[in-house]
Ligand binder design. Structure first.
Ligand code: MN
Ligand code: MN
Length: 320
C-alpha cells in the first residue's frame, strides 16, 4: 500500500470541518502566526427570521456536506481544461461564532469581532450563516475597505427600513449596512422575484442607485445580467440560497418558485469573482432540516467549492 493509498478521502469520515480543513477558532488564529489562503467561519444565528427557522443548523450541515468536496493536495482537477485549481491552498475552519440567543446586539458584536479576527489571518474569508440578518454585522468587519460593493444573490431585496416592528430582521441587513458603512457605495441584487415585495424598500434602494435585477432577467439572457455586475471593484459577495429555485434547493426558510438554476447561480458567482477583487463571501439562509434529502446542503457546499475554485484561478492567473 503506497502512502497515497493510506490517506483516503471518503466524504463521511470525520471530524466534520469545512472541506476537511484543520480547525482553529477565529479568535485564536492570531496565535498560529500563520497566514491562510481561505478561512471559513460558521454563524449559527437564525433568531431574526420572519418565517421558517432552521438556518442555525447550516454551518454543521455544510461542514458534513463539504467532506465530499475536500480539496485534494494537488487541487480540484478540471477535465474540460485539463488543469488543477486550489492545489496547495491553505484552508482553515475557524469554527462557529459563539452567538447569544435573543441578545441581538451582543450577537452582532461577537459576529463582527470574529469576522475581523478571521480577516486578519486569511486572504479570503468565507462565512456560512445563519439567516441573512447576519450579513450586517459581517459587513461591519469590512468598514475600512474603500468603495465596497455588495453583490447579493437573493429572491428578496432585504432592504426594508423596518418589518414586523423590527429593524434587525433578515429583511433589513443591507439597509443597515449601507447606513452604517460610508464606504459601502453600491449594492447589486440578482434573482429578485415574488409577490411580497416591500415598495418602500425598493424605492429606497432605487433612490440610492442600487442595481436591482429580477430572476426573470437571468432567465431571459444571463449574459446581459453579467454586463450589469460591477467590474474592477472591491466586492463582498452575499449568497442567499433562496436565489436558487425552490425545486432545486428546497432547504431554505422563505422559498420562492421561478428561481435561478444551480448553473445560473454558479455562472453569476464565477463572473462576479472574475470581474472584481473579492474581499469576502457569505452563504446564508440554508435551513438543512427543511430538506430531508440533504441535497440543499450538498448544493451549498458545492457552490462554495466552485466559488473558491474560481477565486484561486483568478489569483493564479494574476500571479498573486
Ligand atoms: Mn436574503
Ligand atoms: Mn431571500
Amino acid at each position: 500500500m503506497s502512502g497515497d493509498e493510506r490517506h483516503l478521502e471518503l466524504p463521511f469520515t470525520g471530524p466534520a470541518t469545512f472541506f476537511k480543513a484543520p480547525h482553529v477558532p477565529a479568535l485564536e488564529l492570531h496565535r498560529t502566526g500563520g497566514r491562510f489562503d481561505v478561512g471559513i467561519l460558521g454563524v449559527p444565528f437564525d433568531f431574526a427570521v420572519g418565517f421558517r427557522p432552521g438556518a442555525r443548523f447550516a454551518p454543521a450541515a455544510v461542514r458534513a456536506a463539504s467532506g465530499r468536496y475536500a480539496v485534494p493536495p494537488s487541487g480540484y482537477y478540471d477535465f474540460e481544461t485539463d488543469s488543477y485549481s486550489l492545489g496547495g491552498a491553505r484552508l482553515v475552519d475557524a469554527g462557529d461564532v459563539d452567538v447569544a440567543q435573543l441578545e441581538t446586539a451582543e450577537s452582532h458584536d461577537r459576529i463582527t469581532a470574529a469576522a475581523r479576527a478571521l480577516r486578519a489571518a486569511v486572504a479570503l474569508p468565507l462565512f456560512v450563516g445563519g439567516d441573512h440578518s447576519v450579513s450586517y454585522p459581517l459587513l461591519r468587519a469590512f468598514d475600512e475597505v474603500r468603495r465596497l460593493h455588495v453583490v447579493q444573490l437573493d429572491a428578496h431585496l432585504d432592504y426594508s427600513d423596518s418589518r414586523n416592528a423590527t429593524r434587525w430582521a433578515n429583511s433589513s441587513p443591507f439597509r443597515r449596512a449601507v447606513e452604517a458603512l460610508p464606504e459601502l457605495v453600491h449594492v447589486t441584487v440578482v434573482g429578485l422575484r415574488g409577490v411580497r415585495a416591500d415598495p418602500e424598500a425598493f424605492a429606497a434602494a432605487r433612490s440610492r442607485g442600487h442595481e436591482l435585477i429580477a430572476a426573470r432577467a437571468v432567465h431571459a439572457a444571463i449574459t446581459d445580467v453579467v454586463d450589469r455586475l460591477p467590474k474592477g471593484e472591491n466586492v463582498y459577495l452575499s449568497i442567499d440560497v433562496d436565489a436558487l429555485d425552490a425545486a432545486e434547493l428546497p432547504g431554505t426558510g422563505s422559498p420562492e418558485p421561478e428561481g435561478l438554476s444551480y448553473g445560473q447561480a454558479r455562472d453569476l458567482v464565477v463572473a462576479t469573482v472574475r470581474r472584481n477583487e473579492l474581499v469576502g463571501v457569505d452563504l446564508m439562509e440554508l435551513a438543512p432540516e427543511l430538506d430531508p434529502t440533504g441535497r440543499s446542503a450538498l448544493l451549498s457546499a458545492r457552490l462554495l467549492a466552485e466559488t473558491l475554485e474560481a477565486w484561486w484561478r483568478v489569483r493564479a492567473e494574476s500571479g498573486a
